[in-house]
Write a protein that binds this ligand. Structure first.
Ligand SMILES: C[S@@+](CC[C@H](N)C(=O)[O-])C[C@H]1O[C@@H](n2cnc3c(N)ncnc32)[C@H](O)[C@@H]1O
Length: 250
């Protein structure tokens, strides 16, 4: 079966290099990388997703890396087994995390992507359609989202952007989702220093039979992604992330 990821990545490059040069995107990848590294604790994607260059860098460089990380984590956790009919992707950005999960499952679940950034939602819509997924997007604040029954939940690189109070409310919803028998997957970077919340969330997930892992994968990136990685002075031969998972079979 052709790897849909590769076709999506090629299409992403064509889409974003239509308006910008490789070097312009490369500079924006470097700018995003230094925002990620230097502003670890107060990262707000409002500052990340402004401007054509940074948007292109996020869409054609970071989003595919997030896709690959989520796919590897899902495979390692066997997290795509007997999924409910819908995946809710909180802070979906350009759609990569929910799409990576949905593509691992047969039959393919529908995706509902929620974000407050309208540019990201347009990109997510495009991602779902390019990958042949049934996905819809909704402009909303994840802090006030209610999680319907029979819905799997993913939040990749989103929860750390929220305030303590919203995080506490969402944790309650996630635990309720798990108690109803639907899975929840939370992903954040290993490198970023997460303020106190991760450890207490990990304890809550473990208390309902879930797990807390740090993942490292050696991935052969597509040539063009490798080229951008190298040109920007980065090294993603190893991709990493931490994940909280609670679902059937853990
Ligand atoms: C770092 S990006 C991650 C995007 C995507 N999940 C991925 O893995 O590539 C975080 C996303 O969360 C969204 N976000 C942050 N706070 C939000 C909120 N309160 N409500 C809705 N979306 C939010 C941002 O707009 C951004 O698209």
């Amino acid at each position: 079966m052709p790897d849909l990821f590769l076709a999506w990545h090629e299409a992403l490059e064509k889409r974003h290099l239509a308006a910008l040069t490789f070097q312009e995107v490369r500079r924006s990848v470097q700018a995003l990388s230094s925002i990620y590294v230097e502003n670890r604790e107060r990262l707000d994607s409002g500052a990340v997703l402004n401007g054509a260059g940074k948007r292109a860098a996020f869409a054609m460089f970071y989003a595919p890396l997030h896709f690959l990380l989520v796919r590897e984590i899902v495979r390692s956790l066997d997290a795509a087994r007997s999924l409910p009919p819908t995946i809710l992707d909180l802070g979906c950005g350009t759609g990569s995390a929910g799409a990576a999960w949905a593509l691992e499952s047969e039959p393919r679940p529908r995706i509902l992507g929620i974000d407050r950034n309208t540019w990201a939602l347009e990109e997510a819509r495009w991602t779902y359609s390019k990958l042949g997924l049934q996905g819809t997007v909704r402009s909303a604040d994840v802090r006030s989202t209610r999680i319907p029954a029979d819905t799997a939940v993913i939040a990749a690189f989103t929860i750390n952007e929220l305030d303590d109070e919203s995080r506490a409310r969402l944790l309650g919803q996630f635990l309720k989702t798990v108690s109803r028998g639907a899975p929840v997957l939370i992903i954040e970077p290993i490198a970023r220093r997460l303020t106190s919340w991760w450890e207490s969330w990990a304890a809550s997930f473990k208390a309902v039979g879930g797990r807390d892992d740090r993942w490292r994968f050696n991935i052969d990136l597509p040539e063009r992604l490798k080229l951008m990685d190298k040109a920007a002075g980065l090294d993603h031969r190893e991709i990493t992330g931490r994940a909280l998972w609670a679902g059937p079979g853990n």
